[in-house]
Design a protein around this ligand. Structure first.
Ligand code: IVH
Length: 684
């Protein structure tokens, strides 16, 4: 290799080392040393070098985390060694019985234990070979799991490579989870999109990690704790579980900081007590603690029963449930007009929080659970999750309870028909839907909810303009829709006169409104509140359209060509832009200067940036469309005809004579399918 290439290769290696170091500080240790901007600069530099010198690109490079193209389905893999589950203890007596049994089998009661959080997420296994992360899979049934390697690569706290002194092949197991904050945000977004909510962070994590499109997974703030070494080859491993965890940590894995080594079972019991009290303070959900025997040779001695090791036990927390009286089922109106039933409860404390309301998803759900007004009900709260009604206590029924029906609840005698409880408009239930809708787009409740979404954090992010003020401004006639927010500055004096709104907070609010005019196209699209268009879809749209005008004029067929946009979303978008009042809002936004343009995402730095490909003939491994798509994902462009700008002519079976001749005349490089595959897999 030339001296120059040597130097480049060395510099690339240094950059990767530095980036991996900062990645680890940020995502694993939670203690960054450099700013995001400095990090971005480094990664840009590496991207550029890898683009210019693709021969040095490797799959474990820190640039390779953003998910690739979507898959049709996950491959099923067989775990080299079956993954075990855990036996449960629900009460102190169960725990003590486990300890006594274990002591008997070990012929001693003197053995150390490691206490850990039982993370409420999804169990996964990661395999490393020759220092590289090669496979990540779900537990599945313990024997077979799904290959989710590409998705797991987007999780920054999973190291893509480990130091050279790690075993040649080994597997670690851990729990992938969505932190409480990420879960909350995701559900708010889903609510805005009209998508069903995830019941708990575990379901949300499972849903995120099992996305066929890794780019969606990449946007979800998934994290991981590694808690077990499955197997290892080529090197002796530590003799205790505690040391194993320290060792895994030294290899770069994220381990839980609250593990504790104790030497008697009462201390393990105390650990359980302690975290039952403190679980709400943690940024992630736990549903119990796990107690493990420390010495690895004892694990051997104890062995497994069924799929459960005898050397560990999950000591669960009691569910946070309570009983109370359901006073009434009331109805609120959502942003898209949905009539949402909810329960008004006799206030009750559940796990330290007073609950007065609980969501009741829809009429079918209420019927299925047979929940009636005046029932005594069991309610349940899981951490930050919206409290839910588990079911009625039928034995407490007196005969006074009333079965619920939305239509009779909202029946308006004067009008002689069911009516929206807020505006009185007609109510419909579209065929094939369980929800009822208020048909009046100008319904004050709908308008209020739309504006709330517009100003929310993920959208225009206008701080200081909360629910209360939106409501007041609407009532005073100061605004009629979201775009009117930008005219508020002309009404500063009126605002200051409004009850309790001081000069300072008015100015803060007006400044925040002014500042929001610079929000990105993706945020503005999301802020419009188009049904089924959440933050993720909005970001996709913003990549594909130059501005709101282009999006407004987009045909359904054009929308459907975008990955991850199906008929439901496409229809919803075109319907949105057909509505007069929405067009008016768009015009007003433009007038106010809220008119973002697509951010030219520099493809600079992607491996194929600046390279134009033309394909001729039939490819064997994939269709021409898929090949083109993959080229574009890596920053390249594709054209139908060979020009002097063409970098490569890809020659498949039965190539077109014209293209071949033209390539010959222009001296264009010709490559076969195999070579293309090598480029796409970045082996070169
Ligand atoms: S050890 C052989 N440790 O709980 C090793 N599991 O209900 C078995 N879990 O399948 C796993 N936190 O998904 C272990 N600190 C922890 C855990 C943990 C959560 C999960 C894991 C397991 C399930 C059993």
């Amino acid at each position: 290799m030339s001296e120059h290439l040597n130097a480049v290769q060395k510099h690339i290696a240094e950059l990767r080392k530095e980036l991996n170091y900062h990645n680890h500080r940020y995502y694993v240790l939670d203690s960054p040393e450099i700013s995001d901007a400095e990090y971005d600069k480094l990664i840009q530099e590496l991207r550029k070098l890898e683009a210019d010198y693709p021969q040095f690109l490797t799959p474990d490079s820190p640039t390779q985390r953003v998910g690739g193209a979507p898959a049709a389905a996950f491959h099923v893999i067989t775990h080299p060694v079956p993954l075990l589950s855990l036996a449960n203890a629900f009460e102190k007596a169960d725990l003590l019985a486990w300890h006594t049994r274990t002591a008997k089998l070990l012929s001693t009661a003197q053995f150390d234990l490691v206490c850990e959080h039982k993370i409420d997420g999804l169990k996964i296994a990661l395999v490393y070979e020759n220092g590289q992360f090669v496979q990540g899979a779900t537990r599945g049934d313990g024997i077979h799991g799904e290959d989710i390697t590409l998705n797991l690569k987007t999780v920054r706290s999973i190291p893509l490579s480990v130091p050279g002194d790690a075993p040649t092949r080994f597997e670690v197991q851990g729990e992938i989870y969505l932190p409480k904050a990420g879960f909350k945000k995701l559900n708010i977004e889903r609510e805005n999109e009209g998508e069903p909510l995830f019941a708990n962070p575990r379901n949300a994590a499972a849903g995120s990690v099992r996305q066929l499109d890794p780019r969606i997974t990449a946007r979800r703030p998934l994290d991981i704790f590694i808690y077990h070494l499955g197997w290892a080859e080529g090197k002796a491993t530590p003799e205790t579980h505690w040391e194993t965890i320290q060792w895994l940590k030294s290899l770069g894995f994220k381990t839980n900081p609250y593990m504790r080594k104790v030497n008697h079972i009462e201390a393990a019991e105390a650990y359980h007590e302690e975290w039952q009290q403190k679980r709400d303070d943690l940024p992630y959900e736990i549903d119990g603690v796990v107690i493990k025997v420390d010495r690895m040779d004892y694990h051997e001695t104890l062995g497994d029963v069924g799929r459960e090791p005898r050397w560990a036990i999950a000591y669960k927390f009691p569910a946070i449930q309570a009983t109370t009286k359901l006073k009434e089922i009331a109805i609120s109106v959502g942003r898209t007009g949905t009539l949402n039933p909810y329960a008004i409860l006799e206030p009750v404390k559940v796990g330290g929080v007073t609950i007065e309301r609980a969501a009741l998803h829809n009429e079918d759900d209420i019927r299925r659970k047979d929940i009636r007004e005046s029932d005594w009900v069991i309610i349940q709260r899981a951490g930050d999750v919206i409290p839910e009604i588990v079911g009625p206590i039928t034995s407490k029924r007196t005969g006074e309870e009333k079965e619920f029906s939305i239509l009779s609840k909202i029946y308006d005698k004067d009008k002689g028909r069911p009516a929206c409880p807020v505006c009185g408009a007609e109510v419909i239930q579209p065929a094939d839907e369980v929800m009822y809708y208020c048909t009046n787009a100008a319904c004050p409740a709908q308008v209020q909810r739309r504006i709330e979404l517009f100003v929310s954090r993920g959208a225009m992010d206008i701080r200081g303009l909360g629910e209360k003020w939106i409501n007041a401004f609407l009532e005073q006639g100061l605004i009629h829709d979201m775009a009117d927010i930008f005219t508020l500055k002309e009404k500063r004096d009126t605002l200051i006169e409004l009850e309790k709104l001081g000069e300072k907070s008015v100015d803060n609010m007006l400044n925040a409104i002014e500042k929001s005019k610079g929000q990105s196209l993706a945020r503005v699209i999301y802020a419009l509140g188009i049904r089924h268009v959440g933050e993720e879809t909005a970001a996709l749209l913003a990549d594909n359209f130059a501005n709101l005008n282009e999006l407004k004029n987009a045909q359904e067929s054009k929308l459907l060509t975008i990955d991850s946009i199906g008929p439901k979303i496409a229809l919803s978008i075109v319907t949105f832009f057909r509505q007069e009042q929405n067009l008016l809002i768009i015009a007003k936004l433009k007038e106010a200067g809220v008119w973002p343009q697509r951010e030219i995402k520099s493809t600079a730095g992607l491996p194929l940036t600046g390279k134009e490909f033309v394909i001729t003939g039939t490819l064997k491994a994939f269709s021409r469309e898929v090949a083109q798509d993959r080229i574009r994902t890596l920053g390249g462009t594709t054209k139908d005809n060979v020009t002097k700008n063409t970098a490569y002519l890809v020659v498949g079976e039965d190539p077109g004579a014209n293209k071949l001749t033209r390539a010959k005349t222009l001296g264009t490089a010709q490559i076969d399918e195999e070579k293309l595959l090598a480029i796409l897999e970045q082996k070169n």
